[in-house]
Structures are given as C-alpha cells and as structure tokens.
Design a binder for this molecule. Structure first.
Ligand code: HEC
Length: 190
C-alpha cells in the first residue's frame, strides 16, 4: 500500500477522535454554562479579536451625521438613562445588581468611557450588540438618529457643555439599595 495512505488515515483518525471528544465535552456538560465564573484568557482573546475584526470591516470610518449641540446631547443622555444605565451605570459609576451579575463585565462608562473610540465603532456596537455578552442590539428598538445621539453623548461624556453635564449628573445612581442592605446585614444575596 502507498505509505501516504497511512498518513491520511492517521490524520482522519485524529480528527474523528478530536470531534468525539469535543462532542462528549458538550453532551456531558463539561463546557461551562454558568455566568458566575471568569472567562478564560483564550475565550477573551478569541472574542476580542473577532469583535475588533468585525467592527473594523463593517463600521469603517462612519462619522456622526448630527451636529454636536445641547439638544442632541440631552436626547442622548435621556436615551442612555432609559436603555443603558441599568448595565453601564450613571455618573457615579456604581454598578447595579444586574451589572454585577453579568458574565462579560459591563464597563461602568462613567469611569471607563469610550470617548477615545471612533464614533462609527460605538454606533456599530449599539446597533448590533455584542454576541455572547449581555450587550443587546438596539437596531430594532432605536432609530438611527437615536443611536447617533447616544454615540455623541458617549463621545463627549468627559467634556460636556454645562446644560448637558447637569442632566448627566442628575441621572440616578444604579447602585441597588437592596444590594447594600444585604451586604451590610451580611445576608447571602438571593
Ligand atoms: C443588559 C446589559 C447591557 C445593556 C442594557 C447595555 N449594555 Fe452595553 N455592554 C454590556 C456588556 C456586558 C458589554 C461588554 C461586552 C464585551 O465584553 O465585549 C457592553 C459593551 C458596550 C460598549 C463597548 C464598551 C467598550 O469598552 O468597548 C458600548 C459602547 C456599550 N456597551 C454601549 C451601550 C449603550 C449605549 C447601551 C444603551 C443603548 C448599552 N450599552 C446597553 C451590557 C449592556
């Protein structure tokens, strides 16, 4: 028999065993399904790399079509309060119970903002969401003007004109009173 046949058969055998092991890992529940762990570095690397490549490909250098003014910034802050603060926090950057329980940690944008990101990139993330994380896509619930108003607010969050800054400071803290009570009383959560 041609010696190459053994090489090919061997490679096919390794592949089949590999697939069986992967299947068994899923079928027997060995792939973690819980949200209260920490993502492995491989998982984080693959997710980041793929997200960045997709955003680069699809968002390009899209610029914000709206003029930067009080009306748009204030509209963005209002939308942020009703759609985003529950996970990304208010200006005090204190996480809600929901934020604390997410597997992929939701950045508290009042502290770790995205002012340095290109506006097209932030628009893409709000419109499409981020797969396998808690970040929802808002493309079906908000129109394009609303998404760009949010993008504008996030871009200028650290240098808001005074009227918009006052609105931002007024958004209520998301830190849950329940949460701090439990912590103080030393009772288990839930
Ligand atoms: C249910 C929770 C949740 C809600 C609501 C939510 N997000 Fe997110 N968001 C996340 C999580 C989790 C991540 C982190 C994803 C990751 O690790 O890649 C994220 C990531 C982001 C990022 C990228 C941050 C970075 O540092 O790159 C932006 C921008 C963002 N969200 C904006 C928004 C906006 C604007 C809204 C409201 C319209 C919103 N999010 C609503 C959970 C949420």
């Amino acid at each position: 028999m041609n010696p190459w046949r053994w090489v090919v058969l061997g490679a096919a055998g390794v592949l089949v065993v590999g697939l069986l092991v992967a299947y068994a890992a899923v079928a027997f529940g060995l792939v973690p399904a819980n949200a209260d762990g920490k993502p492995s570095s491989l998982e984080r690397w693959a997710a980041r790399k793929s997200l960045n490549a997709t955003v680069q490909r699809e968002a390009g250098g899209k610029a914000n079509p709206l003029p930067v003014d009080d009306a748009n910034l204030k509209a963005g802050i209002k939308l942020y309060g009703s759609n985003c603060a529950v996970c990304h926090g208010a200006s005090d950057a204190k996480g809600s119970n929901i934020a604390l329980g997410l597997y992929q940690h939701a950045p508290q944008l009042g502290k770790h903002g995205v002012e340095d990101d290109a506006e097209g990139e932030t628009h893409w993330k709000i419109q499409h969401g981020i797969r396998l994380t808690g970040m929802p896509s808002f493309g079906k619930s908000l129109n394009d003007t609303e998404i760009w108003q949010l993008v504008m607010f996030l871009k200028h969050m650290d240098k808001l004109p005074s009227a918009a800054q006052a609105d931002w400071k007024k958004l209520p803290s998301q830190e849950s009173a329940e949460h701090s009570h439990r912590k103080q009383a030393g009772q288990p959560a839930g």
